[in-house]
Design a protein around this ligand. Structure first.
Ligand SMILES: Cc1cc2nc3c(=O)[nH]c(=O)nc-3n(C[C@H](O)[C@H](O)[C@H](O)COP(=O)(O)OP(=O)(O)OC[C@H]3O[C@@H](n4cnc5c(N)ncnc54)[C@H](O)[C@@H]3O)c2cc1C
Length: 431
């Protein structure tokens, strides 16, 4: 096992940095239990892709980069048992080789499986729940070193409590996932006026398996992504993929957002240019994970909140007005996605089909004023923040939003009475 003293932790967004006293990369469950028994304060890091200070600690930090193997694949029942540190891209590749795939994905594949599920990471699709819904069973090492197996069928209540856990119930040493047969997605991407999307939202939601929007305010149009499951063969050309996914989405996009940063007055022109450049349409069929995942974006800041889809049209109108009135000059795409209701205690989609509205900014000099203004907007509409992105909503507000919030606090107290897995973030939310 690697044990390093004085390790510098930095998250992907580079907005969280800590000097860690003890950094571990265990390779066996026995080593994890040994660390748990030896140290009073521990956090776990997946890939460090959260913008919130959820992983931040100066004390013991465990990474599962070397505890990342698939343990068993049951091809017939489409069930996979894996260690927690495996990255989504590794899972995608290894599952693909045996004709299997994850049921849904978010926009990137760099997260670890348990890092992603622990914060309620989601993709898009009104009939698809957050990524954690693919878990059938998890093995938890509690603060006293005891192992607890939590099964979807046998331990219904505990299962619902522990899928979105923010790393504070214990250390997850294994997960069993329900996956599916490999599948193809037909992507059709074009631009249409924002108001037309609002008007036709219900139809767009039911007619498409996976549907999301990118908006570059104050542009009138939005980029509409429709991904539908199909039996047809891939027809994407390597040239199109190179021009679109590398030249346009990486190099030209990065150059333009950088230009908008140094000359903010150009942001509007750039956003119009980028929207026009996306009117395509892109019309292609490709393997699911290649369509879900977009090229890695430039470093930026994010907050994202989930709202009740029942009020989606009204909220979208207010959101558009809010963004235009505030004239934020956001030089970055703003994303609108959807997820199906679930019963996970701390899932932002708990009890309601959800619309996710993100506010993303590229090294924006006014982030500290943009973020609180957006939070006020989100709270007025009973939004629930993504746990892995930035927010400052306090536990009173959150307890109003989650029926089981206080039950989660009680469970955490029972599993971790001496607050071994607490850091400032967890203390702020649950103590
Ligand atoms: C470029 C980018 C794109 C993104 N796109 C999306 C998206 O499309 N959809 C979306 O919903 N989110 C998205 N996110 C947010 C991201 O998915 C979440 O923040 C996710 O939690 C990060 O995964 P990670 O592996 O880096 O976990 P970390 O950020 O490293 O950790 C997250 C939590 O998991 C806990 N944890 C990790 N492993 C274990 C374990 N074995 N046992 C117990 N606890 C554990 C940690 O303690 C922490 O509490 C994106 C982030 C970035 C940077």
């Amino acid at each position: 096992m690697i044990h390093q003293q004085k390790y510098n932790f930095t998250n992907w967004g580079k907005n969280i940095q800590r000097e860690v006293a003890n950094y571990f990369q265990p390779e066996t469950e026995a080593e994890i239990i040994q660390i748990v028994q030896q140290y009073d304060k521990i956090r776990v890091v997946g890939s460090g892709h959260s913008w919130s200070d959820i992983c931040a600690t100066n004390e013991a930090l465990i990474s599962f980069d070397k505890f990342n193997k698939i343990l068993k694949i049951d091809k017939q029942n489409k069930i996979v048992r894996t260690q927690p540190g495996i990255k989504l891209w590794q899972l995608n590749e290894q599952l693909d080789k045996v004709g299997l795939a994850l049921i849904n994905l978010g926009s990137i594949d760099q997260q670890s499986i348990v890092g992603a599920t622990s914060t309620g990471t989601h993709g898009t699709g009104i009939d698809f729940q957050i990524l954690g819904s693919q878990i059938l069973e998890l093995t938890l090492i509690k603060a006293n070193g005891e192992k607890l197996i939590i099964n979807k069928e046998k331990d219904k209540e505990l299962y619902a409590a522990s899928i979105v856990n923010l790393g504070c119930l214990g250390i997850i040493s294994e997960v069993v996932l329900q996956v599916t047969d490999v599948f193809q997605l037909h992507e059709y991407t074009t631009t249409i006026p924002f108001d037309e999307v609002i008007e036709n939202l219900d139809t767009l939601l039911v007619q498409n398996d996976h549907f999301k929007l990118w908006w570059l305010p104050p542009t009138d149009k939005v980029v509409v992504y429709k991904y539908n499951r199909t039996q047809e063969k891939s027809n994407d050309s390597k040239l199109r993929a190179y021009i679109n996914d590398i030249i346009f989405s990486v190099y030209i996009y990065r150059f333009l957002v950088f230009t908008g940063k140094i000359i903010p007055a150009l942001a509007k022109t750039i956003n119009n240019l980028l929207t026009n450049g996306s009117k395509g349409p892109i019309d292609r069929i490709e393997k699911s994970y290649k369509v879900f995942v977009v090229p890695e974006p430039p470093k930026h800041r994010e907050t994202e909140w989930a709202f009740d889809v029942a009020n989606a049209k009204e909220i979208l109108k207010s959101y558009k007005q809010f963004m235009l009135e505030n004239k934020f000059k956001l030089n970055f795409i703003q994303e609108i996605r959807f997820s199906k209701a679930d019963n996970f205690w701390l899932s932002a989609s708990n009890g309601r089909n959800s619309m996710w509205l993100g506010l993303y900014a590229y090294e924006h000099e006014h982030w500290d004023t943009v973020l609180p203004k957006y939070e006020d907007f989100a709270k007025q509409h009973n939004g629930r923040p993504h746990w892995g992105k930035e927010f400052s909503a306090d536990k009173n507000y959150l307890a109003e939003q989650y029926e089981k919030y206080n039950d989660f606090i009680a469970l955490k107290q029972q599993f971790d009475p001496n607050k071994k897995f607490e850091n400032n973030y967890i203390e702020r939310l649950f103590s």
